[in-house]
Ligand binder design. Structure first.
Ligand code: CAA
Length: 257
């Protein structure tokens, strides 16, 4: 992975991945997408005691302003589908990651940038955040899962409207629609994400990863989410992690996960 194009910082098990193309408003080119794919496939394994991940963009203007449009003009249909599929596969890795991933949205989150934020488990927006799927302005549709995740998060009617108009919405409307979890001042953005990840890191790590899987199962037509839930619930009940959690409750102490 090119660590100049995705900056990796780690403190106490919390990793900050910063997409670092500020002159292009952090647009996702092939190096950025490959870097994300590499990190969520293998790169994370070098972090001891990984607790959570924050994804953000370099500078104060943009999270990610989309896929890099400048690379589009020479692509064939086959190459375009491959680009879209690789982006989808990368974002699935983020969506199914075993520790929480938070998008710290510090400005434009457009097209593939909005889709990246939606693939994360939670989204914290700075007051200057702007969201949208403007692909129809380019004669395109969202290609990194946006046609699927936007209706999952905000419902079909608003997803249809945003996608068909290409309109951009601010942080307040995004919060009202359920697209983001919190709005904070830009200077508090990372602090808010870290405080959420510190809270989740005090819970049972296996139950955190299984909760992510079970919730994601409710959007996967190839599995029965309720079956995933009851089987997982049983497995967890018969685990050391749950035995410790239950014992700690009964003994009126903090669990030692
Ligand atoms: N791809 C490539 N370059 C981009 C970019 C993108 N998505 N977004 C911005 N840039 C570049 C601009 O070309 C410009 O570069 P130059 O200085 O070399 O010309 C630089 O970033 C700064 O951008 P602007 O001068 O345009 O900044 P602005 O403040 O005037 O406007 C903006 C900001 C409204 C975000 C505007 O840049 C814009 O509309 N960007 C495109 C947004 C977009 O359409 N995103 C969707 C892309 S398609 C996609 O993502 C498909 C998918 O789902 C997979």
């Amino acid at each position: 992975m090119d660590t100049t194009i995705i900056l990796v910082q780690e403190e106490d098990g919390i990793v900050n991945l910063t997409i670092n193309r500020p002159k292009a408003l952090n647009a996702i080119n092939s190096a950025v997408m490959s870097g994300l794919n590499d990190w969520f496939s293998e790169g994370y394994k070098s972090v001891n005691g990984l607790k959570g991940v924050i994804i953000t963009g370099s500078g104060e203007k943009a999270f990610v302003a989309g896929a890099d449009i400048k690379g589009f003009s020479t692509l064939t249909a086959e190459e375009g589908s491959q680009l879209s599929k690789f982006g989808q596969d990368t974002y699935f890795k983020i969506e199914n990651f075993h520790v929480p991933v938070i998008a710290a949205v510090n400005g434009y989150a457009l097209g593939g940038g909005c889709e990246l934020a939606m693939a994360c488990h939670l989204r914290v927006a700075a007051e200057n955040a702007l969201f949208g799927q403007p692909e129809v302005n380019l004669g395109l549709i969202p290609g990194y899962g946006g046609t699927q995740r936007l209706p999952q998060l905000i419902g079909k009617a608003k997803a249809m409207e945003l996608t068909l108009t290409g309109d951009t919405i601010g942080a307040v409307e995004a919060l009202q629609l359920g697209l983001v979890n919190h709005i904070v001042p830009l200077e508090s953005l990372l602090e808010k994400c870290i405080s959420i990840l510190k809270k989740t890191s005090r819970k049972g790590p296996i139950s955190i990863s299984k909760a992510i899987r079970a919730i994601n199962a409710s959007y996967d037509p190839s599995v029965n989410g309720y079956e995933v839930e009851y089987k997982t619930f049983g497995e967890l009940l018969d685990s050391d992690e749950c035995r410790e959690g239950v014992a700690a409750f009964i003994e009126k102490r903090k669990p030692n996960f």
